[in-house]
Design a protein around this ligand. Structure first.
Ligand code: CAA
Length: 291
């Protein structure tokens, strides 16, 4: 099955990156969001990030212009109907994703492959509530999408081989590498990454280290590009907590219990970079640790 057009649902942190890389790889992209403001912010961000690639000599001005021209935005979900592949990248809440699929399904061609960029929700369960579980799968990008090499591909119990192959060929054309994961809570990356981040928060909570020492220890001691608390702020503390809850509920093991300090930050609305405060305060010139 040849994919030439891609619909992206959600113009947030992940959606804009997905639209960016798909357009740059030559796909016609239709990006939708309920907010027209979010769509225009996403377009400016894509322009800025493509510009960054031009200034570093990664792509030409002409490639940037062609990519921008391939992206169309709309607040009408139904306009994704004629696309060959839909990548849903809305908020990480199952009810939201289900409502989107319900609204979208009546407009889709029967051949359209439907995928979700979910970082943790069961693909099999999401698929079971659609009219095409065999044409449904997990298509999980990493943040920042234009930079990170990996895409996790997750088959639901019913996903057919043709769907998997079509998605794999898209990953190849994006110049990225696919890791195939089975459909269990949080798949591979977040199954391993989130308990590490949660443990870093416990390390802070128990006073073993402060924000600076924990991040410095992991950056210099294990060559991670970001410390775990800096990375948590980058991902979003609400997302980290949601994924820990999926692991805790789905695997029913106390080793996945979310750290109460992580919950407290989320309850405060200190969600990391996106709200300008998390384990660091980003409101000034340089990030300042909040503990
Ligand atoms: N778009 C395009 N290019 C971008 C970009 C963006 N949004 N962000 C950064 N870049 C580019 C820069 O232009 C630069 O390019 P060159 O190598 O050509 O110079 C390169 O990326 C590095 O950027 P910077 O020099 O500005 O910054 P840095 O060296 O500090 O790297 C980082 C930034 C790439 C984000 C790095 O800190 C990093 O890799 N951090 C860890 C990210 C990570 O672990 N992501 C996965 C999170 S988990 C996840 O996403 C799954 C989930 O479900 C939660």
């Amino acid at each position: 099955m040849e994919i030439s057009s891609i619909g992206v649902v959600g113009a947030g942190q992940m959606g804009n990156g997905i639209a960016h890389v798909c357009a740059l790889a030559g796909y016609d992209v239709v990006m939708t969001d309920i907010s027209a403001d979010a769509l225009s912010r996403a377009l400016s961000l894509i322009e800025k990030n493509l510009g960054r690639q031009v200034s570093r000599g990664k792509i030409s001005e002409a490639e940037m212009a062609a990519a921008m021209a391939r992206i169309r935005t709309t607040t009408t979900l139904a306009e994704l109907g004629p696309t060959d592949l839909v990548i849903e990248a809305a908020t990480e809440r199952e009810t939201v994703k289900q409502a989107i699929f319900e609204d979208l399904l009546p407009h889709l061609k029967p051949t359209t492959i439907l995928t979700s960029n979910t970082s943790s929700i069961s693909i099999t369960r999401l698929a079971s509530r659609t009219d095409r579980p065999e044409k449904f799968m997990g298509f999980h990008f990493m943040n920042p999408v234009p930079v990170m090499q990996l895409v996790e591909l997750i088959r639901g119990i019913a996903t057919d081989e043709e769907t998997f192959k079509a998605c794999k060929s898209v990953v190849d054309r994006l110049g990225k590498t696919a890791a195939t994961a089975e459909d269990f809570p949080a798949f591979i990356v977040n199954r391993i990454l989130m308990p590490m981040i949660n443990e870093a928060v416990y390390t802070l909570y128990e006073g073993v280290g402060n924000v600076t020492s924990i991040d410095m220890a992991m950056k210099l001691g294990t060559n991670h590009p970001m410390g775990p608390l800096e990375l948590a702020d980058f991902i979003g503390l609400d997302t980290c907590l949601a994924i820990m809850n999926v692991l805790h509920d789905g695997l029913a093991d106390t080793k996945y219990r979310p750290c109460p300090l992580l919950t407290k930050y989320v309850e405060a609305g200190w969600l990391g970079r996106k709200t300008q405060r998390g384990f660091y305060d980003y409101r000034g010139e340089v990030p300042v640790p909040t503990r």
